[in-house]
Design a protein around this ligand. Structure first.
Ligand code: SER
Length: 610
């Protein structure tokens, strides 16, 4: 029996707890305050302020398991290792230990038979940064790795066991290579560990195999980033005041290595889902011709279920658009395996996602109906557009790229289906011409979300920090004016404006909104100091600090407060659970203007301020 995901979670937790690390709860899948990305895509996203120097309430040694979605990988799903939903297991040192300890810890986790995964050291290959004109070669990591391998009787030569790569492979920042990093962004060289499977090298990928070769023999299972640099406005780098470790490794890939089979769809976070698909379609996963479709269905329905759980509905915009695309793509693949599938078939598969992650992410009795209702409705809509499209196509003499695009645009009729029908008639669609049409009419919604697929680059500029503090003032001022019914529903800050959503039992009048604005500016003009205290969660609740109900908090929390005196948190004007950062004094904000106020749902309101 190979390692189960539940066992892996337990091992990971106790490994880091034994080494003095505190567990940080995962952040939401749909991030707050990060307009650059639709979904949380890495474990480190919530720690960016901490990597730049903000203290973390749980200390300097942390670990967590973060559920992530990377939709930019959607086209790659279908092989044995790509998925759009995954969990990243991470550990962090915030100016505490550095390279030597980190690489030793991770190696121990991978190879230790009791506390770790018990992987064979000879199957592990590692990489390090080769250096460039600005940043030196990561000699320290090379030396540490040589030492570690020596300890298990392996001579680790460069080019054999340790491989050096340039910044495209061995540098990590949220923006990628150093040239792409905006000023203020942290980054650094990284060292990856790869697991070698018993898969022969495929020469189609190049003459020689090496860890970053894509033939499937090597799988990256963990990445230790040494966050030691910050990009400056003149494009050079300065060393961060504290050197940090940011480690992330995929839970699914750890499981694949532990079972010594590279196919993540054979691990137990996919087993039941794949089995369900086999039952529903009667297509067997062991038949190679079905594998790509089954993987796409399994991955997409899983991701869709997690998105729905986060309160998103299918739509033509942003998160909803991604959800729709995933469900419809899964459905088309299902259809290719079983012509007469029913919408209930999809719900059956969705249910297996819930049971796989049962006690971890879902409360089955509550979530099951929520998820299946959304899936069912979307499937019915799609079935309808398919049957309308079918009728139209049947009447058409010929279908060119423009007609295919119109079918897609007007009826949501997918290109894949048009192609399938035309194939039966012995015709073909000019795909290039179709995509030209597509680009001409690029749906606004899609293009506006497209840039966000990469994302996770929340801006930490001064203006953003000012808006962040202003958001706290706005939150409290709403309570002052409207009373205790106000509930924050979300906030979103860019360098240009702040946006704040809240619910309230009645519609505020224009005068009330004016009053809110007046209070905020009074507080700004009073030049109030902004401070934080780290305290147990229970105490924070006691002093009346406001928390955001959608977020999970650790035992120790950080409370930012704005008030007359620095010492007295209890009587402070505003107090909120918050990771920061903030301005030091409200006078730095200068002025805040409520630019727009509108109703966005029943009892739901939105404010834009500049
Ligand atoms: N930030 C690194 C990654 O996403 C490690 O956590 O790979």
């Amino acid at each position: 029996m190979s390692l189960t995901h539940e066992e892996l979670r337990k091992k990971f937790k106790s490994f880091w707890e034994k080494r003095g690390h505190k567990e940080v709860p995962p952040t939401q899948l749909v991030p707050q305050n990060d307009p650059t990305t639709l979904f949380t895509g890495s474990g480190m996203q919530q720690f960016v302020p901490n990597l730049l120097g903000e203290p973390h309430p749980l200390g300097t040694k942390l670990f967590n398991v973060q559920h992530c979605i990377r939709v930019q990988d959607i086209e790659e799903v279908g092989d044995n290792r790509h998925d759009t939903f995954f969990e990243m297991m991470g550990n962090w040192s915030l100016g505490d230990y550095f390279k030597k300890e980190q690489l030793n810890y991770f190696f121990t986790f991978l190879t230790d038979k009791d506390g770790g995964l018990g992987l064979e050291p000879k199957r592990l290959y590692v990489t390090a940064f080769e250096g460039n004109d600005h940043i030196p070669q990561d000699k320290e990591s090379i030396e540490v790795w040589q030492e570690i391998f020596k300890g298990v009787g392996i001579e680790a030569k460069i080019g054999e066991r340790i491989f050096l790569y340039d910044a495209t492979k061995n540098w990590w920042s949220r923006a990628g290579v150093p040239e792409n990093m905006p000023p203020g962004e942290p980054g650094g060289p990284d060292s990856e560990v790869f697991y070698q499977f018993d898969v022969p090298h495929d020469p189609r990928y190049g003459k020689d195999c090496h860890p970053n070769c894509n033939c499937g023999r090597f799988l990256e299972i963990g990445n230790s980033v040494f966050m030691e640099y910050k990009k400056l406005p003149d494009s050079t780098f300065e060393e961060l005041p504290k050197k940090n470790v940011d480690f992330g490794g995929g839970l699914e890939r750890f499981l694949a290595a532990a079972q010594n089979d590279p196919d993540i769809f054979k691990t137990d976070v996919f087993n039941d889902i794949v089995r369900r698909i086999e039952l529903v379609t009667t297509a067997s996963y062991s038949d190679p011709k079905n594998q790509s479709s089954i993987r796409i269905i399994a991955d997409h329905i899983k991701t869709a279920v997690f998105i729905i759980k986060n309160g998103v509905f299918p739509s033509n915009k942003e998160h909803g658009y991604v959800l729709r695309r995933l469900l419809r793509r899964a459905l088309l693949k299902l259809r290719s395996l079983k012509k007469d599938f029913k919408s209930e078939d999809v719900s059956v598969i969705a249910r297996s996602v819930l049971s796989t992650y049962g006690g971890i992410y879902f409360d089955i009795s509550n979530d099951e109906s929520k998820v299946t209702v959304v899936v069912d409705e979307e499937m019915k809509k799609f079935e309808k557009s398919i049957s309308t499209g079918m009728k139209l196509i049947e009447k058409m003499q010929s279908v060119d790229a423009k007609a295919a695009f119109d079918l897609y645009q007007t009826y949501g009729f997918p290109l894949e289906l048009t192609e399938e029908i035309l194939k039966e008639r012995g015709h073909k669609i000019d795909r290039k011409a179709f995509y030209e049409e597509f680009n001409k009419h690029k749906e606004l919604s899609r293009s506006s979300s497209a840039g966000k697929f990469k994302g996770g680059l929340a801006d930490h500029s001064e203006q953003v920090i000012k808006y962040h503090t202003a958001t706290h003032l706005l939150h409290q001022a709403l309570f002052d004016v409207l009373g205790n019914d106000v509930k924050q529903a979300g906030s979103n800050i860019t360098g240009e404006r702040l946006r704040f959503d809240f619910s309230n039992s009645f519609t505020p009048t224009d005068e009330e909104i004016k009053k809110v604005e007046k209070i905020i500016n009074e507080k700004i003009n009073k030049a109030l100091p902004v401070n934080f205290k780290i305290m147990p969660k229970s105490k924070a609740d006691k002093v009346g600090a406001r928390s955001f109900f959608k977020e999970k908090y650790g035992e120790q929390v950080k409370v930012y407060y704005i008030g007359e005196t620095e010492k007295n948190i209890k009587d402070a004007y505003s107090k909120e659970f918050c990771g920061g950062p903030h301005v030091k004094n409200t006078k730095e904000i200068s002025k805040l203007k409520i630019d727009k106020f509108k109703k966005i749902g029943s009892n739901l309101y939105r404010i834009y301020a500049i």
